[in-house]
Design a protein. Structure first.
Length: 256
């Protein structure tokens, strides 16, 4: 009997694959974030008096801390490689399918900067409003000690976040849900809600702001078929947040 090795994957196989990829990456983060927000809401004291810390130190020994930071960045990107590998079963080059190639560097940079401004400025206003309403935890974007490698690691962490989130939550997920014949509105909603959900540990304002960002980014990808501008935009937003918090006076961030 001859086994057909190149037959297209069924909808069931694609659905299972999608759940597994999300379970190994940002879907897992969403579950932990949900548990985290429940823990904060049921703890003593209001949500606004609790802390959500990012990029924290992993060891009191600087070189060991650096090793842990770099290992965390590298291993966090493995689901991206898995997603690209799985998309390689489809016709065409998955890098071009996702739009993460370097064919349009000028356009990608310009569009990414524009998206960063579009999302970043209203996002600051939303975070301020959420802080005033007490629906966010106090955010600490960078908790690394004052060592020579702190800023480079924060920049690498920003790039890692951008690549992981935009490739998985936009490029991969939107592609697979369209193949599963989801309606356009449902695809955008699923991507946006997932993006918001793994930020829930920061509070409800963070969920809403990131969900809105998810709508904009998903719609952009559906129109352009390019993830690279989204990676540029996300990287710029996180670099400003992480590095700015690390190098500027802490009094500037009391509103967070």
């Amino acid at each position: 009997m001859t086994v057909e090795l190149n037959r297209p994957a069924s909808r069931r196989v694609l659905g299972t694959e999608t759940l597994l990829v999300l379970g190994l990456s940002l879907g897992q983060s969403a579950v932990y974030a949900l548990v985290s927000i429940i823990a904060k809401l049921t703890a003593d004291g209001p949500l606004s008096k609790q802390t959500a810390a990012l990029n924290t130190s992993q060891s009191a020994r600087p070189w060991l801390d650096l090793t842990y930071q770099l290992l965390g960045i590298v291993f966090a990107l493995l689901p991206v490689l898995l997603a690209v590998h799985l998309l390689a079963r489809d016709p065409g080059d998955p890098v071009r399918t996702l739009g993460v190639d370097l064919r349009r560097p000028g356009s990608d940079l310009a569009r990414g900067a524009g998206l960063a401004a579009l999302i970043g400025l209203p996002g600051l206003a939303l975070f301020w409003a959420a802080a005033q309403l007490g629906v966010n935890a106090t955010l600490v974007p960078a908790g690394l000690p004052e060592v020579w490698w702190a800023v480079p690691v924060l920049i690498l962490a920003a790039v890692q976040n951008a690549v992981l989130e935009e490739v998985i939550v936009v490029g991969y997920l939107v592609t697979r849900l369209r193949q599963l014949r989801w309606r356009l509105g449902a695809v955008i909603a699923a991507s946006a809600v997932l993006r918001g959900s793994y930020h829930l540990y920061q509070g409800f304002g963070a969920f809403l702001g990131n969900a809105v960002m998810g709508v904009v980014f998903s719609f952009f990808y559906l129109r352009t078929k390019r993830v690279m501008p989204l990676i540029v935009a996300h990287t710029l937003l996180d670099v400003v947040a992480f590095v700015g918090y690390a190098v500027l006076p802490r009094s500037w961030f009391d509103w967070l």
